[in-house]
Ligand binder design. Structure first.
Ligand code: NOJ
Length: 751
């Protein structure tokens, strides 16, 4: 006994010594880098300083309106460029870096790229990944992306996008983690950790960038780039926390957003960039503008010309100018005219140099451009396996009438129909990367995936049926012909990959073209139909859901799409994903999200149609709610137990609940914990996600899981914008979705 306690003491002392040592070590490193940054800065001319704040696009693969500039090489030689985006490949990055090494001070270039959901190996779009509710898997996906991209000479990804999105008309919902702040914050944290790894400068890591700061997802009407009109409470409570989570994970950079908030464009928003980010939150990295957003302020109308735009942005705290050229063309004059203090420029330069030191570029500017490593990592056989697993975890089973799925592997004939069946690149979705020299053959089409799965015994028939868009129904007859010979029909329909993404707002969220008409025709055969929906956003597809026997929402799953879909169709993986955005019944229901406030006349059910805050011609319910998703098995929730029913501010309540797999298949369940503050000093949401656990259970198996409630989980921003937990009653809700409530109880926070 005595021996045990002695070794425990030794262990504790060792732990503290290690912590102390590593804290000191990192303090020393920080000091060392700060000194080096100061010494480089002291050698720089004003011109060279401004050069560090200037970012250009490479001459290809533009992700914004490009100004091709034949003079880039000369500008790099003269120290007028700090960073290049969309420059990929060990060889190409090396060639630009070589030019930078001929400049007077030899300050290395930073190479940035939108590595959003994979580099060569493509993972599901971020919204799809969020439906996995699997933080480890999401982190691993970012890790692999970083491993590949960093081997290709890239230092910095413009990801994760952590914008909360409540409006599926906005095409960029595909890039985020959905509508919920709690879940999106956890995912933001995981993604930053995944991209950046454990310490800055690891050879297989990228610097991450939390974007778009801030509230870009709240663009009015879901129209991309549109204004945002938002209360401070909403900003702080719903839109800022994922950015804070990214910061807590150590994110290296932030990107401003295109929108204005309450009239002030984010790129010149000193409340956001200086007061909140750099002062209140103490962010030590640097802020990059979005593409051209410094110059675009002229069109916003808050500045007169590029000179004023540069002044407004640098003053507000935007350190690097992506592609607008306002900084490079105007900062020198602004300093000479006494409009911009040199200290502001110095601060921005120091922030950028610090990152270049941290990732080791001053030690070896070519350390990330190694063709051997690039070749090895881009062909690493482990990566597709991880992508396949992530893809399986991202597919949401929306309907499964009479347990049509999983299909038996003994099926004799399958008709695989639809415009997406044999596509390769469509599976990658928007914001994929076209890696130079890599063709699309490594992508597993849905057809290939199915063929890999069923082998020779099953007869696989194919017809395209129709295009994604357009009115042409000429292919219907062929589709019906093969459908009639089949035991089951699988229909793969949806959007084209460039229909969701940046600048892809849509007012009509129907499945495009005649694809649902094709389904209508196929239904006349009386054969069972499984529909796969490929897309980047929640669509409106009531006819499909109401008429097909089974529906899998497959999003865009990346390079392993075909294999992952086949795994689900045949039960080699049991669907476990749950929606992270509410799916509306019709576009007229948007915006619709689960954590809304009550009104004085709340809509409580569809029967009571008078004097309620709802539409007279629509149900109050969405088509599918936040947190919804089916499994091939079923789960029973029981034995909800709270360790106590009254807690003080410094106390905690342990909540336990038992989940039993009552079906035939092993499966995973996302158990969701919601809270409702019954009476607050201001109105509070009808429920808010405050925790979740994803657990795996064999048939018949039960597990008891626990959650901890502390006062942080009960807190919100009151009218004075103070973060408070107010005494009073709370409802605790355990659900299989935000609507499928399985158990509930109440507790009280006491003074
Ligand atoms: C504009 C997009 O808004 C941003 O997300 C992206 O990182 C940049 N272009 C660079 O491609």
């Amino acid at each position: 006994m005595k021996l045990k306690s002695t070794s425990a003491i030794i262990l504790i002392i060792t732990f503290f010594v290690i912590v102390h040592y590593s804290q000191n070590k990192s303090k020393d490193q920080k000091k060392d880098i700060a000194q080096k940054v100061d010494s480089v800065l002291s050698l720089m001319t004003l011109d060279e300083k401004i050069g560090q704040l200037n970012q250009y696009n490479d001459d290809w693969q533009a992700t914004g309106p490009i100004t091709l500039d034949g003079d880039k090489e000369n500008q790099i030689l003269n120290g007028k460029v700090g960073s290049i985006l969309n420059c990929m490949g060990a060889e190409r990055t090396k060639s630009w870096q070589k030019i930078a090494m001929q400049s007077r001070l030899k300050i290395p270039l930073l190479f940035g790229q939108d590595v959003v959901h994979g580099y060569k190996t493509t993972f599901p779009i971020p919204l799809a990944e969020s439906c996995s509710w699997d933080l480890e898997a999401v982190e691993l996906s970012a890790r692999i992306s970083a491993t590949e991209a960093s081997a290709s000479g890239i230092h910095w990804t413009f990801a994760p996008m952590v914008d909360i999105a409540r409006d599926p008309r906005w095409g960029r919902v595909m890039e985020g983690a959905g509508e919920d702040t709690y879940l999106a914050s956890k995912i933001a944290y995981a993604r930053v950790k995944g991209f950046q790894g454990d310490k800055p400068g690891a050879i297989n890591s990228l610097m991450a960038c939390a974007k778009h700061f801030a509230a870009y997802g709240a663009a009015i009407g879901g129209r991309d780039y549109n204004s945002v009109d938002m209360s401070d409470r909403l900003l702080w409570e719903i839109y800022l926390p994922p950015f804070k989570a990214a910061l807590d994970a150590g994110v290296a950079t932030f990107m401003t957003s295109f929108n204005d908030i309450n009239g002030v464009p984010s790129t010149a928003n000193s409340y956001l960039l200086r007061d909140i980010l750099k002062e209140k939150w103490g962010f030590e990295g640097f802020v990059v503008s979005d593409w051209g957003s410094v110059g675009e302020m002229i069109r916003h109308g808050n500045v007169k010309n590029e000179y004023e735009a540069a002044r407004a942005a640098i003053t507000a705290g935007c350190d690097m100018d992506m592609e607008s050229r306002c900084y490079i063309n105007n900062l020198e004059a602004l300093v000479h005219d006494g409009k911009v203090p040199i200290a502001l420029i110095d601060d921005a330069v120091k922030r950028i140099l610090r990152k270049k030191f941290e990732i080791g570029l001053f030690d070896d500017p070519f350390r990330f451009c190694n063709s051997e490593r690039e070749k090895k990592e881009l062909n690493n056989p482990y990566h597709p396996a991880v992508a396949r697993d992530m893809a399986r975890k991202s597919i949401v089973l929306l309907k499964n009438e009479n347990n049509l799925l999983p299909l038996s592997k003994d099926i004799k004939t399958i008709a695989f129909i639809g415009p997406l069946v044999k596509e390769l690149k469509q599976n990658k979705g928007f914001w994929d990367v076209d890696v130079p020299g890599v063709d699309s053959n490594f992508i597993v089409s849905q057809w290939e995936g199915l063929k890999n799965k069923v082998g020779d015994k099953t007869n696989l028939l194919y017809a395209k049926g129709c295009d994604i868009e357009g009115e042409n129904k000429n292919g219907f007859a062929e589709a019906i012909k093969i459908a009639e010979q089949a035991d089951v029909i699988i229909l793969s329909i949806g959007e084209r990959r460039d229909m969701s993404g940046e600048a892809k707002s849509r007012s009509n969220l129907n499945i495009p073209g005649v694809q649902e008409d094709l389904l209508k025709e196929l239904l006349t055969t009386g054969k069972p139909i499984v529909v796969l929906i490929n897309t980047g956003r929640p669509l409106v597809f009531n006819f499909t859901v109401d008429n097909a026997q089974a529906v899998l929402y497959t999003w865009w799953l990346g390079s392993e799409a075909g294999n992952a879909i086949a795994d689900l169709l045949f039960g080699d993986y049991n669907p476990s994903a749950k929606l992270t955005m509410t799916f509306p019944l019709s576009v007229g229901q948007i915006p619709i999200y689960y954590n809304h406030f009550n009104t004085g006349r709340p809509a409580l059910n569809d029967e009571d149609r008078f004097y309620r805050s709802a539409y007279t011609d629509l149900s109050i319910y969405p088509k599918f709610e936040f947190g919804y998703g089916l499994s091939y098995t079923s789960f029973q929730y029981s034995e909800l137990h709270l360790s106590k029913h009254k807690m003080k501010h410094d106390e905690k309540i342990e909540v336990s609940v038992t989940i039993t797999n009552t079906g035939k298949y092993a499966g995973e369940e996302v158990v969701q914990l919601y809270l409702r503050d019954v009476v607050g000093s201001i109105a509070r949401p009808v429920k808010e996600l405050k925790d979740f656990k994803k657990i795996k259970l064999e048939p018949g198996e039960s597990k008891t899981i626990t959650f901890t409630i502390d006062s942080e989980k009960l807190s919100f921003y009151n009218q004075k914008l103070e973060w408070v937990a107010e005494p009073g009653e709370f409802e605790l809700i355990i659900g299989a979705s935000s609507r499928d409530i399985r158990l509930s109880d109440h507790f009280e926070l006491v003074e």
